[in-house]
Design a protein around this ligand. Structure first.
Ligand code: SER
Length: 594
């Protein structure tokens, strides 16, 4: 079975169960500044899990393109991928555990042909937040799964979500195939990493909402969210050792072999390099070719893209591939995948152009940068030092375009470390200087839209925080839209705001403007931002670099910017309108007055 067949079988099966097939959503989440990429099929569906009506109805099926960049550095082994496809079926307040489990069972045994004797399942064992999931267990038992193959597990194994700190989540039931390998130990069972048990599918019962205070409250509707990774399931079904041995990758690998004259499998080093190039060029093709595609840059999703492309180029060099080669590989990927993701064909030209541009740009400095790096290494070793200074890491970044992680990887290959704090300090200093220069040029008479929108951006942060103070911590950004004239802010709150509440919010914002608070920006991982208490809507656990804007002692928010440097620039703040936007979401329009 290949990825085309599995996809078709899955979609067709759920269509016969009354599901509407919807297109894969963008890889770049809308209205969510805190997550760089869509990491699971449920992510774009969150508003509907919370109660908004989906135009396609209550039963949805799709394949969703996903990116998880938490372990870019592990790519190259047999299993890690940064881009993958996830099959999913959803009940948006419609069917629940019984149907979900019965259909999963039917698909696995009847359509995919798995022998029931190899099927193990896990269910939630229960804790203070939610009861033991005897209901799911009983459905599995009714289907003929013996009790010893129904395993009860704690929250860390059998609970999914929320995608960030707060939001829809719930207990799940996971399905495992016993591959027939020997037990690795007496404790070996589903979830063990030894490879005996293969996790094929996850049915999540999203019936709770996690609140900011850590409590779990029942959602107003009971939902189902399931996920099956295409690449790994195909590998398993076709008896391939790794995802790279499946049809999702073989044409890409053949192309890399052709370009490099090397053979996949000829040595561990070559195999690893080919896998990295294959994975990274696939992910890059999908990011650029997305319906909301981005180009390589030094921030956010663009930065991750740059890292992927530059890492692929470096490994291309190791294999002796001549530039420019990434667009050649992209061509193979587009041919393979455009029947499922038409945006790749629509954006084909842009994909080639961006890849070529980035490759040419990096080509100019890569050799020089490596030369600079290699000059330093013997000196460090001579002086018995084991750390590359932050200053040098920043020079490699700024002058030669080496992403920090890239320098770290080069250093690790030589047994060296990099002074990360020093790097951050150097880059922050640099950013501050260029930000000041930018502000100067605004002040120098360029009183254009960008100055107004920059101010409104900062006002939005003040408003967000003021709403949390007045209405409560449940207030979260759902959307933001800024023109030169006004800001529009959508946020979670169920009731209409009273005139008194509106006045309080306005007063709080104006007070912060009067306090002349300094606005500063810091670059850090999302994890660190969370630890510092920055507001972040959908945070995920991956190590992505984000910008955090701090407004005095008042607000700290993950955001792409730009912002003013002092709140006094804002003048005065006035709310013009407060209205409903959609179920459970209110909308405020506000302006700045002189
Ligand atoms: N959200 C769950 C997952 O990613 C099920 O789709 O596994």
């Amino acid at each position: 079975m290949d990825f085309r067949e599995l996809r078709k079988k899955y979609i067709d099966f759920f269509k016969t169960k009354g599901h509407s097939h919807i297109a894969s959503a963008s890889l770049i989440p809308e209205n969510d500044p805190t997550v760089l990429f869509t990491t699971a099929g449920m992510h774009p569906l969150v508003p509907y899990l919370l109660g908004l009506d989906h135009p396609e109805g209550k039963r949805i099926v799709n394949y969703q393109k996903c990116i998880r960049t938490g372990d870019i550095d592990d790519v190259g082994d047999a299993s890690h991928l940064t881009f993958f496809e996830m099959l999913g079926n959803w009940s948006l307040g419609d069917y629940f555990k019984k149907e979900a489990i019965n259909w999963s069972f039917e698909f696995l045994t009847k359509i995919l042909g798995f022998d029931i004797t190899n099927l193990h399942v896990t269910v939630f064992e229960g804790d203070n937040d939610a009861p033991r999931d005897e209901e799911s267990a009983s459905y599995w038992a009714d289907l003929g799964i013996p009790r010893e193959r129904i395993h009860y597990k704690p929250k860390k194994d059998n609970w999914w979500g929320p995608a960030g700190n707060t939001g829809p989540c719930g207990p799940d039931t996971e399905m495992f195939i016993d591959t027939g390998k020997e037990d690795c130990s007496a404790e070996c069972g589903p979830g063990c990493g030894c490879g005996k048990f293969f996790e094929i599918w996850n049915d999540v019962f999203m019936q709770y909402n996690k609140n900011p205070d850590g409590t779990f409250v029942p959602l107003k509707q009971q939902n189902v969210d399931t996920g099956m990774g295409i690449e790994r399931t195909v590998a398993m079904l076709s008896g391939k050792r790794t995802v790279y041995d499946t049809e999702s990758f073989t044409p890409i690998i053949t192309k890399i072999e052709e370009l490099s004259g090397k053979k996949y499998g000829e040595s561990d080093e070559v195999t690893k390099a080919i896998r990295i190039i294959a994975d990274h060029s696939r992910t890059s093709t999908f990011i650029i070719g997305d319906q909301r595609g981005v180009a390589p840059s030094n921030v956010g999703a663009g930065y991750v893209l740059r890292r992927l492309i530059r890492r692929a180029i470096r490994y291309g060099k190791k294999l002796g591939i001549k530039p420019t080669f990434l667009s050649e590989i992209a061509k193979v990927i587009i041919e393979m995948m455009h029947p499922f993701y038409p945006e790749l064909k629509i954006n084909e030209k842009r994909i080639y152009e961006e890849l070529d541009r980035e490759e040419n740009k990096f080509e100019e400095t890569l050799e020089k940068g490596i030369h600079e790096f290699e000059k330093i290494v013997p000196k460090l070793i001579e002086n018995k030092q084991d750390t590359i200074s932050g200053r040098l890491a920043f020079k490699l970044y700024d002058t030669y375009g080496f992403p920090y992680e890239f320098t770290k990887e080069l250093a690790e290959e030589k047994g060296l470390k990099v002074d990360e704090a020093g790097f951050k300090e150097a880059s922050l200093k640099h950013r501050e200087l260029s930000q000041q220069a930018q502000t100067q040029s605004f002040k120098g008479g360029l009183a254009d839209n960008s100055e107004e929108t920059t101010k409104l951006h900062t006002a939005t942060h003040l408003l967000h925080k003021a709403l949390k103070i007045v209405l409560g911590e449940h207030v979260n950004q759902k959307g933001s839209n800024i023109t030169a004239e006004r800001l529009r802010f959508d946020f979670t709150h169920t009731e209409k705001m009273t005139p008194d509440q509106l006045k309080k919010v306005e007063d709080i914002v104006n007070e912060q403007i009067k306090r002349k608070l300094t606005v500063t920006m810091d670059v850090m991982t999302l994890e660190d931002a969370k630890k510092k208490g920055a507001t972040a809507l959908f945070t995920d656990k991956y190590e992505q670099q984000v910008k955090v804007y701090t407004i005095g002692d008042f607000s700290m928010e993950v955001c792409g910017g730009p912002h003013v440097t002092n709140t006094s620039d804002l003048g005065g703040f006035k709310i013009q309108k407060e209205e409903a936007s959609s179920a459970g979401v209110r909308r405020i329009k506000a302006v700045l007055v002189k």
